[in-house]
Unconditional design. Sequence first.
Length: 140
Amino acid sequence: MDCIFCKIVSGEIPSVKVYEDDRVLAFMDINPLNHGHLLIIPKAHAATIDEITEADFLAVMSATHKLAAAVKKALSPDGMNLLQLNGKAANQLVPHLHVHIVPRWSGDGLTVSQWEIVAGDMEKIKGVAEKIQSEMGNSK
Ligand code: AMP
Ligand code: ZN
């Protein structure tokens, strides 16, 4: 498959690795949004959250938790953004699931998003919650 992150997993494309286990690989982002920006991916190809297995997703999240602690110790950031985009509509560029860790420092000038806070229609919010909740009931 012509997937850039699968090629990083296989070693066909070089990367600066920071962590690896049997399910997961973490490497530095080559276009860092900030000092220490890194990516955590499953080794098995899955484009998005709705394609990845629960076991692989949990492995990615567990590695993310460990890496966040390592980033905190190594770089002493004031904060961290975890980003995980799914689908072109959500601005995902590389269609192989990945979690970004972006270390943040007060006043670093980086803006992740500036979504306007607008109060929602509570009837609409409750309606959509019911729809999601009923799907949860259908899942194992
Ligand atoms: P997105 O799909 O929008 O969540 O972002 C994809 C990320 O992958 C971007 O931050 C890119 O800089 C990064 N990226 C793309 N190619 C490589 C590569 N060969 N090595 C490391 N990072 C990469
Ligand atoms: Zn892939």
